[in-house]
Design a protein around this ligand. Structure first.
Ligand SMILES: [Zn+2]
Length: 423
């Protein structure tokens, strides 16, 4: 038994508005939510008056290793990104660089209230690199779905997948198959990826349907021909699906990860936020690549909100700040395969919680708490962060050894810059 924690008198967004309430945390879980809860014997009490209490944000798609190459490629296009970052930068990453990059990304996420990430890792060609990636997620204390994408041969990949699923364990980390799929790999490999996920009983996350209408249609034809539609499959970006194709994804229990900042900065079509949700597809938000856009959820909620409302067909004006907050929390958890685990403030779920200050210029006064969280807050407002009941940020400061993590990140950045120049 750990010491109970009572978060008292905050304005709770669960993510629906509950009003002023207390949140009781016991043994890593949310034990009770409601006004004026009794203080259990020996409990630690956090005075949350004047604070907004939120579920921790869920980032449904991020290449965590790229924390080491933040900002290397602004003002870019997808093809330039693939050439530079995937083609020339990724091969320079040693295991220690992957650890530094993933840890740096995780600390950035936690600092800004993102308590769960789906890490789509396509930098791995050796077991040592994969171990460094998993270890960094463990070391950060973040909740993560480790999306494993391996460039080695089939036999190695199958054995490695099983080993890494065990290495993730069943605590904060889970494993997924990060499939190159028919958009980026050959069809034999794609078939093997889908079958491996079934065999392991893990989620598939794949960049499908964001690279032209022809590829989007070919992807569905691949799933049809091989009888591989799989519930819970996460389609990343998905910009080029038709409304009918989104209905098929919904019918088969699929989900979508939108990356509104990256998709609008690079040469993707408009983010599919509203079209995907209208078809009944659970749709989450994601940072994708901090090489070219910020990684905090406030930026992502705002990017989704403004791009959706600006749709040329005018159909996006029904998209609200509450929709953006739902995508960043409860809906994102569903997309990450963590429905019933995180993403909401309700008894029985993991105590992944964020307290936001509202007594700051640019946030005060709060007339509408959802608008405050979505349109006005930023990382400096994130005062306290809990993951599974464990405090990782308190009084506005991360409890991790940030100095050491940043020193490693600097050393890695220097190595990567030199090695990439030579590639
Ligand atoms: Zn991606």
């Amino acid at each position: 038994m750990t010491t109970p924690l009572l978060i008292k008198g905050g304005l709770v967004l669960a993510p629906r508005v509950l009003g002023i309430a207390d949140v009781l945390v016991r043994d890593g879980l949310i034990a009770a939510v409601g006004p004026d809860l009794p203080v259990p014997d020996g409990a630690e009490v956090i005075d949350a008056s004047g604070r907004i209490v939120l579920p921790g944000f869920v980032d449904t798609h991020r290449h965590m290793w790229q924390g080491a190459v933040r900002g290397v490629l602004p003002d870019t296009t997808l093809s330039a990104y693939l050439d530079r970052v995937i083609g020339r930068t990724a091969p320079a990453f040693r295991p220690e660089d992957i650890h530094a990059g993933v840890l740096g990304s995780a600390l950035e996420a936690l600092d800004s209230g993102v308590t769960t990430v789906v890490d789509w890792s396509h930098v791995l060609s050796t077991p040592e690199q994969a171990d460094a990636n998993v270890q960094a997620l463990h070391d950060a204390g973040i909740r993560a779905v480790f999306g494993y994408c391996h460039t080695a041969g089939e036999a190695t990949r199958a054995a490695e997948s099983r080993r890494l699923k065990d290495a993730c364990g069943d605590g904060l980390l889970r494993m997924a198959v990060a499939a190159l799929g028919p958009d980026f790999g050959d069809l034999d490999r794609a078939r093997e990826e889908w079958l491996a996920a079934r065999d392991l009983g893990v989620m598939i996350t794949t960049h499908m349907g964001g690279h032209g209408a022809e590829a989007a249609t070919a992807g569905h034809a691949f799933l049809d021909a091989n009888d591989l539609w799989t519930p819970g499959t996460m389609y990343v970006h998905a910009n080029d699906y038709t409304d009918e194709q989104f209905k098929r994804i919904a019918d088969h229990g699929g989900t979508v990860a939108v990356s509104p900042a990256i998709e609008t900065a690079m040469d993707f079509s408009l983010p599919v936020t509203g079209r995907s949700r209208a078809a009944g597809v659970p749709t989450g938000l994601s940072a994708d690549a901090v090489t070219s856009a910020p990684g905090d959820m406030f930026t992502l909620m705002r990017a989704a909100y403004f791009t959706e409302r600006a749709r040329p067909d005018g159909a996006g004006l029904g998209f609200t700040v509450a929709d953006a907050l739902h995508m960043a929390t409860a809906e994102g958890a569903r997309v990450a395969g963590l429905d019933g685990v995180t993403g909401k403030i309700e008894p029985g779920l993991q105590a992944d919680l964020v307290l936001l200050r509202t007594d700051l210029p640019g946030i005060a006064p709060v007339h509408d708490p959802v608008a405050a969280a979505v349109l006005y807050a930023d990382t400096r407002a994130v005062e306290t962060v809990l993951v599974g009941g464990r405090t990782v940020k308190r009084d506005g400061e991360l409890l991790a050894d940030v100095r050491s993590a940043l020193d490693h990140l600097t050393a890695t950045a220097e190595h990567i810059a030199q090695a990439t120049a030579a590639n």
